[in-house]
Design a protein. Sequence first.
Length: 307
Amino acid sequence: MNFVKEINRLKKEKNAVILAHYYQVGEIQDIADYVGDSLGLSQMAAKTDADMIVFAGVHFMAETAKIINPNKKVVLPDLEAGCSLADSCPATSFSAFKKEHPDHVVISYINCSAEIKALSDIICTSSNAKKMVESVPADKQIIFAPDKNLGRYLIKEIGRDMVLWDGSCIVHESFSIDKILALKQQYPDAHIIAHPESEEHILKVAEYTGSTTGLLNYVKASDDEVFIVATESGILHQMQKENPTKHLIAAPMNEDSTCACNECPYMKMNTMEKLYLCMRDESPAIEISDELRKKALLPIERMLSLS
Ligand code: 13P
Ligand code: SF4
């Protein structure tokens, strides 16, 4: 079957919009109506007039789109496409953690479940996290969840202490500092750039730290030629398209890794065939109770209005 032709046909027939994250496989990025980072994708979800949102990303992203658009159908090619970071923060344990830190403002990274969003005051993404933290009055204490690496990075950048939830992303914790430094020796002109979900020792050697969109903008604006990119390797598709002459190297992972760890196993569950099927069958669709949806919407709206 010609999936490109069929997906384009279904897109018109069903007035659907395909939103894809930069970590999707190249062919899904190429057929999407919009490719972006978590913030851009939420903003697109908030303003689309399509009848059906086809979310080529992971569950928390599609769930966020559904929270914003209760009356639209939101489908995800594979319902099992989760996120290790979101999984590292179960709602019952987080609720107990919150009780241990009363009167704290809760800022949660968008990579979390609707239940965690409902327990939060403000949602942030990696591209607006600093702004969201700075929006909290200086006399207020903050809980930052679920990513401890992004949290630690923000504490350092802003100079403001926060209580951190101990969560992380399996992909961004797999980069090998030794191999990155060896590559830097091999390519002395290379710029190391990293996503803030990466560990502290990686961020320490990075010349630029930013969200996926931030990393793309940095490479595009630079006159330099070689970049070692510490984030999920799917981003190289878009980066290479925008910078055909530049030498882009995916940051290597640890020796003991047995998997292709700079690929997110959840993001890569989506395929062209599953994308076609979810559009044809309008399933699997994201469902959420109205009570939970309303609670989870408030901190998302706060983020969108401040962004
Ligand atoms: P951004 O696209 O917001 O940088 O986030 C990366 C990520 O981990 C998505 O899961
Ligand atoms: Fe989650 Fe990490 Fe995959 Fe992003 S790359 S979806 S944070 S597991």
